[in-house]
Design a protein around this ligand. Structure first.
Ligand code: KIV
Ligand code: ZN
Length: 401
């Protein structure tokens, strides 16, 4: 039996109230979606990157799903040192046994048991009554707590569940030994104001709430996953479940990098932060893209190619005077070398002069005027004017020659 009294205290009480735990599910909820599957080697590589990023809990997979999933979770559990390794299980004895065996070699293990609680899922997916769901949840938490260091309980489709029933199931899960309670917005249905209200209500009405960590797990069907996760944090959630690049079922899960940077940049507003090494965010995003062969959209917050790029003359002029004019965080804070002033048809003289100087050219004003005129003609023909083009312009050559 791995669970001990002090483990539960460690989980619920020892961590400062102003710290939000990051529960990464890139390798479980993220990986199980079309286009993002990874082989065992890729999963291990990603898991090691996530550990160096500093995630608190890493959900490595669903061991009962397949022998390969089992092996991947076991390999990750054996390899990670400081991160809690988590495995998913339905509230079924076989699932919990698989999860426990896969996690055997973890320094710190968590079994994440889940069952649907909403009326729609109870009737059409499970064919179970409220009492049966409650009984299955309690039995699962009791079984899991004997086989790992800590147990998380999730009420799938929690946000479409009757709040009173959800509170009853959560209270029973606490009494059975769960130390983290996750209330997922499984279908991405909520708005930020609603989700904040629901978390506040649960914290006030679940018996034993003060002994556990409340967790949010938001899907992005309406593009609100990150906003909803942050609203849950405002209402007292102290674990956020998320994925790198926001990959996940349908429109995805809440994007880890966006939540982490929102909490860092607006830490005073939220009164809470994470322990993520934010300088590893960009490398983690790139690694996931390489391993899955799926690119991130250019305008994606934090890690997209345009996140720290400026093309318009007005913005470039402002940036050259004071970077705070158009940037609220430094690219170096997320692991990018520098801001990019892209030279294109919207750029102005100031950015052109700065780039020419960086390339070792210092034209007089009249010469700059002439280069600028030729630059604009060229920029009308090309999406981006590169350094080689500028060299040619500065030397009076034809860039197209
Ligand atoms: O979205 C969801 O409800 C889930 C649960 C298994 C936590 O992924
Ligand atoms: Zn999910």
């Amino acid at each position: 039996m791995k669970t001990q009294q002090h483990d539960e205290q460690h989980e619920a009480g020892d961590v400062a109230a102003d710290r939000v735990r990051i529960f990464d599910t890139t390798l479980r909820d993220g990986e199980q979606t079309p286009g993002f599957s990874m082989d065992r080697r890729a999963k291990l590589r990603m898991a090691q990157m996530l550990e160096s990023l500093g995630v608190d809990v890493l959900e490595a997979g669903f061991p009962q799903a397949s022998p390969d999933d089992f092996a991947a979770v076991a390999q990750i559990a054996e390899s990670l040192k400081s991160t809690t390794v988590c495995a998913l299980a339905r509230c079924q004895a076989g699932d919990i046994d698989s999860a426990a065996r896969a996690l055997e070699k973890a320094n710190r293990s968590r079994i994440h048991v889940f069952i649907s609680t909403s009326p729609l899922h109870r009737e059409h997916k499970l064919g179970m009554s409220k009492a049966q769901v409650l009984e299955a949840a309690v039995a699962a938490v009791e079984q899991a707590r004997e086989r790992c260091h800590e147990v998380e309980f999730s009420a799938e489709d929690a946000m479409r569940t009757e709040p009173e029933f959800l509170a009853e199931v959560f209270a029973a899960a606490i009494a059975a030994g769960a130390s983290t309670l996750n209330a997922p917005d499984t279908v991405g249905y909520m708005t930020p104001a609603e989700i904040a209200e629901r978390f506040a209500w649960l914290r006030a009405h679940v018996a034993g709430a003060e002994r556990v960590v409340f967790s949010s797990h938001c899907h992005n069907d309406l593009g609100l996953a990150v906003a909803n996760s942050l609203a849950a944090v405002e209402a007292g959630a102290r674990q956020v479940e998320c994925t790198i690049n926001g990959i996940g079922e349908r429109a995805g899960n809440a994007a880890l990098e966006e939540i982490v940077m929102a909490l860092k940049v607006r830490g005073v507003y939220f009164g809470a932060d994470t322990r993520i090494d934010t300088r590893k965010l960009y490398p983690a995003s790139r690694l996931l893209s390489q391993l899955t062969g799926q690119n991130v959209q250019r305008n994606k917050a934090i890690v997209g190619a345009n996140a720290f790029a400026h093309e318009s003359g007005i913005h470039q002029h402002g940036m050259l005077k004071h970077r705070g004019t158009y940037e609220i965080m430094r690219p170096q804070d997320v692991g990018l070398a520098e801001t990019k002033l892209v030279l294109g048809k919207h750029s102005g003289r100031a950015a052109l002069r700065q780039r020419l100087q960086a390339l070792g050219h210092a034209p007089e004003e009249a010469a700059l005027d002439a280069i600028f005129a030729r630059f604009k003609t060229l920029a009308d023909k090309k999406r981006e004017v590169h350094d080689e083009d500028l060299e040619a312009l500065a030397l009076g050559q034809d860039p197209d020659a």
